[in-house]
Design a protein around this ligand. Structure first.
Ligand code: AMP
Length: 222
């Protein structure tokens, strides 16, 4: 009788410990799944003038709770505030030329250290060239390199021209618009190829309505 009792207790203990192990396994798996879901999104958005990059980046910032980093906006603010950096880049920007890589990289490195980038970020206007893309890679790697995606908003040159002409800004003539589009292709096509080869480029049809582009982005980011 005693032996039977002992056996019963032993079986019960074994059952309990199995359940506990299962529970722990489940918890570990759940935590892992959560970490995968919560790995900070490190997004890059690329698109020509008038492709809707800024519009989509701002929506992504709000929808995903991540930081929106527009190098053009940061630089314009520096110029408006007449900071040392602003004075340095003012002329280059007025010409529509690219600001030197060391200045941009320095700016990006500092910006990414701010705590609002911890949950993730979307880079808008950077990187623009192959050199910038190559310089960004180790910076992202140091952050854990978890969840890097590049969204390319594809819009034909004709559609970009049409949209920019429709905006009717004073400096937008058919010729300056054509030049800006050509400049985008010249500067950025190598960076696009680089991300294509890295396997992290996601092409999005930017010729749809703003809502449909947003929906397509949400689908590809899932
Ligand atoms: P955006 O608003 O992106 O068109 O940028 C406005 C201007 O800021 C550009 O014409 C450049 O002079 C400068 N700029 C912005 N982003 C970059 C970048 N990644 N590399 C070099 N210059 C940049």
């Amino acid at each position: 009788m005693k032996l039977l009792n002992l056996l019963a207790i032993a079986c019960f203990a074994l059952l309990l410990s199995c359940q506990q192990a299962d529970h722990e396994k489940g918890t570990a798996e759940a935590a892992k799944a959560e970490m995968t879901v919560k790995a900070p999104l490190q997004l890059i958005i690329i698109g020509g003038p008038g492709a809707g990059k800024g519009t989509q980046a701002r929506r992504i910032k709000d929808a995903y709770g991540i930081a929106h980093i527009s190098t053009g906006a940061i630089l314009r603010q520096e110029v408006a505030d007449s900071t040392e950096l602003g004075m340095k880049v003012q002329e280059v920007m007025a010409r529509g030329d690219l600001v030197a890589d060391d200045i941009i990289l320095n700016l990006i490195e500092k910006r990414l250290k701010q705590p609002d980038c911890d949950p993730g970020f979307i880079l808008d206007g950077f990187p623009r060239t192959l050199e910038q893309a190559q310089s960004l890679a180790p910076i992202l790697q140091r952050r854990g390199n978890a969840n890097i995606k590049v969204l390319l908003l594809e819009v034909s040159d004709e559609e970009m021209e049409k949209r920019l002409l429709g905006r009717g800004r004073a400096d937008d003539t058919a010729e300056t618009i054509k030049n800006r589009i050509a400049k985008f292709h010249r500067e950025t096509s190598q960076a696009i190829n680089y991300y294509q080869q890295s396997g992290i480029l996601i092409r999005v049809n930017g010729e749809q309505s703003i809502e449909d582009v947003a929906a397509e982005i949400d689908t590809v980011l899932k």
